[in-house]
Design a protein around this ligand. Sequence first.
Ligand code: AHM
Ligand code: MG
Length: 338
Amino acid sequence: VGKEAINTDIITLTRFLTEEQVKHKEATGDFTLLCHALQFAFKSISYYIRRASLINLSGLAGASNATGDDQKKLDVIGNELFISAMKSSGRVRLLVSEEEEEAIIFNEYPHARYAVACDPIDGSSNLDAGVSVGTIFAIYKLAEGAKGTKEDLLKPGTEMVASGFTMYGASAQLVITMKDGGVNGFTLDTSFGEFILTHPNMRIPKKRAIYSVNEGNSLYWEEPVKEYINSLKYPGEGGKPYSARYIGSMVADAYRTLLYGGIFAYPADKKSPKGKLRILYECAPMAMVFENAGGLAVDSNMRRMLEVVPEHIHDRSGIFLGSESEVQKVIDAHKKHG
Ligand code: AHM
Ligand code: MG
C-alpha cells in the first residue's frame, strides 16, 4: 500500500439501505429485504450480460447461428432472474415485467405488501453490439385491503415508494430514489461484489446543450416537437447548435442526461400516437428519478409524467425528460401550438 489514502469507510448499498431503515422508525424491514433481492437481481443480470458478450464474440468468430439465439436467451435469463429474486424476497405480492403478458401474482406470499414493475433488460436490441442496456424498476406499496391484482399497479407514478435503474455499461451503475428522497448512484465493484455509493445526492445540471431523440422518426413528429428540435439545431444568429447523442437504450440515454444535463425524448408521433415507451416500467420510474434530481418529466400531452395513470399494465406514453429549463422549452413550444 502506497501513500494514497484508502477509504476504509465505504458506503455500500447494503449499508445505505440499513441506514435508511434506521432513519424511518416505522419501517418493518420489508422494504430493505425487497431491495436486497433487487440488488441480487442486478448483480446476477450484470454477470450474465458480461458472460453473454464473451460467448457472442466467439460465436462471431466461429459458429454461424449463435448470436440471435443467445440474445433471446439473455432476455429470458434476465426476466427469470428478476422474477425469482422478487418471489424469493417474500415481500412482493405482484410483479409486472415487460417480458410477461400478464401480471405475476405470488400467491405463496398473500401478505406481502409490495408491488413491483420492471423492464428486466431494456434496450435489448443493443445487446448484440455490446452496447449498454439496463434494468428499470418501480416499487409500489399496496394500499390497506388491496386485493393483490394487477389493478393495484394501475396507479399514478406519484404513488411509487421507490424507483430506479441499473445500467450495465463499462461498469454496472445503480441509481435509486425513494419517496421524498434524493437520488443516489452506486457502482458495482465486482471484486467486492458490492454496489458502492459513488454518486451521492445526484442533481441534474440546470442545462447542457445535448438532445437525445431518435431523429429517424422526425417525419412523423407533431409540429411542436419539430419546432423545438429545430430550435436546438438552428439557434439563429450567433447561437451554437446542440449536440445530438442517442444510444437507443433508454437507461443509458437517461443516465447520461442525468449526469450531464440536457434532454431525452421519445415523443408520441403520427406513427405511434401513444408513444413507444411503457408507462409503468419505463416512463414513470425514470420520471421519479429525474424529478427527485431536480429535473422534469412530461408526456406528449405536456402532463406531468408522474400523474399519468395507465389503463393497462403495458400502456405506452410519449416522454420528455431532462433539465428543467429544457423540458420547459418543450412545454412552451406545445403551448404556442395550443
Ligand atoms: P425494449 O424495451 O424493447 O428494449 O425497447 C425500449 C427501448 C428503449 O431502451 C429505447 O429508448 C428505445 O427502445 C429505442 O427505440 P428506437 O429504436 O425506436 O429508437
Ligand atoms: Mg423496454
